[in-house]
Write a protein of this length. Sequence first.
Length: 93
Amino acid sequence: MEEDSTYPTSRFIKLYDKKRTFYYKIIKEGIYPLTNQLHYTRNPKHPIPHNYIVETQYGKANHIVKCSINYVEGKPLFKVNFGENFAKDEFCE
């Protein structure tokens, strides 16, 4: 995947390859918890922020979802809001 962005000057990020394109809008950057509470993604390891919010578009119809990460009881809780006015949601630890 290649990235086309001027982040943090612009909050919009485009990731693409020959077959797909993803658009992201960073709503809130969030903060990183203390080292002893910080969790990481799988390889390549990236720190997972607290109170992070991003909107992304997907599919040919350009559906928009809002994704957020908040630490709850010391673990990141991932939330995806979708539908009209983001009224529906799904959670994942």
